[in-house]
Design a protein around this ligand. Structure first.
Ligand code: GLU
Length: 324
């Protein structure tokens, strides 16, 4: 069955970019008559806050979005908070380890930064890991363990290129080893984003992953994890990021860009949805509309591939400054 999801990290308030991703992934599922899941990605507990998770749920409901499974609703694929799914991630780790895909890495962040001259890999993760610990002998490993170092665990990238057809961005090709061997469990025990997302999407039966374009280069890694774990690979679509009127990534300096801030400015949810739908090419004018009204004509093909610049007038309107 067609299944999509929205998976916010509760380390900050939902902003317009998140709202666009939520809206489009919801429309995609509702148009297809599928199942929509909300999952809270609070795996990194130090960075996550329970009240932000609650706020995210409230923001989404305010916008007019609902979910078939997730917080407040339940469902047969829970729990829907990553912090409650650790046993599932550990199981996957055991399987990956047994199949020889993982190795312990003793490098500290400082060491990695020191070897990290260009080139840079995945934007979000900093430098490409040079593979220092991949070929350690058992004796070398023992020596490091004896030195009291707790290793992280890395996934050893196979020597194969990865290609996939993105539902929004079109055909994608990544050379073998793109991004370098990545961490699946940090030295402090926290499970890596890539692994948690793959385990969750696979076990929740997600068939279509629509998410922000900043995660496009995570996808080859996730495809490798699906293959290593013997799970069917879903379709991926990476949505355009929102930019401010000046062409830089949309941020506070452009005005209230969180849903909470926009709501506090007195803006109605239909106005937010209208602006988002207009920016995404779904409607001709930024007129108020409810998500449900957009379902019959929804077509992902209309959504632009490139980042979308939010005009100053749209931001002013969302900040309650129209006609003043
Ligand atoms: N939790 C991620 C975020 O908030 C999204 C992960 C995903 O959609 O795969 O950016």
């Amino acid at each position: 069955m067609f299944c999509g999801r929205f998976a916010p990290t509760p380390s900050g308030a939902l902003h317009l970019g998140n709202a666009l991703t939520a809206l489009l992934s919801w429309l995609h599922v509702r148009r297809a008559g599928g199942r929509y899941i909300l999952r809270i990605e609070d795996i990194d507990r130090a960075r996550s806050r329970a009240e932000l998770a609650e706020q995210a749920c409230a923001d989404l409901r305010w916008l007019g979005l609902d979910w078939d499974e997730g917080p407040g609703v339940g469902g047969s694929h829970g729990p829907y908070y990553q912090s409650e799914r650790c046993a599932l991630y550990e199981e996957a780790l055991v399987r990956l380890q047994a199949a020889g895909h993982l190795y312990p890495c003793y490098c500290s962040r400082a060491q990695l930064m020191a070897v990290a001259s260009a080139p840079h890999g995945l934007a979000a993760e900093g430098p490409v890991y040079p593979g220092t610990c991949r070929h350690l002998s058992p004796e070398q490993r023992q020596a490091r363990e004896a030195g009291g170092k707790t290793p992280s665990l890395r996934f050893a990238l196979p020597d194969e290129p990865i290609a996939f057809d993105d539902l929004v961005a079109g055909p994608q090709h990544f050379p073998p080893g793109a991004g370098g061997d990545f961490i699946v469990r940090r030295a402090d025990g926290v499970i890596g984003y890539q692994l948690a997302v793959v385990v969750d999407d696979a076990l929740m039966g997600v068939t279509h992953v629509l998410r922000g374009g900043d995660l496009l280069d995570s996808t080859p890694r996730q495809i490798l994890l699906y293959r290593a774990l013997g799970w069917p690979v879903p379709r991926f679509g990476h949505l355009p990021l929102l930019l401010g009127p000046d062409g830089t990534r949309l941020a506070k300096r452009h005005g209230a860009v969180t849903l909470a801030g926009i709501r506090a400015a007195g803006t109605r949810p239909e106005e937010v949805v209208g602006h988002l739908a207009h920016l995404a090419g779904l409607i001709d004018r930024p007129e108020p509309v409810r998500p449900q009204e957009l379902v019959p004509d929804f077509d992902l093909a209309r959504v632009p591939r490139d980042p979308i610049r939010v005009p100053a007038e749209a931001l002013a309107a969302l900040n309650g400054r129209t006609g003043s």
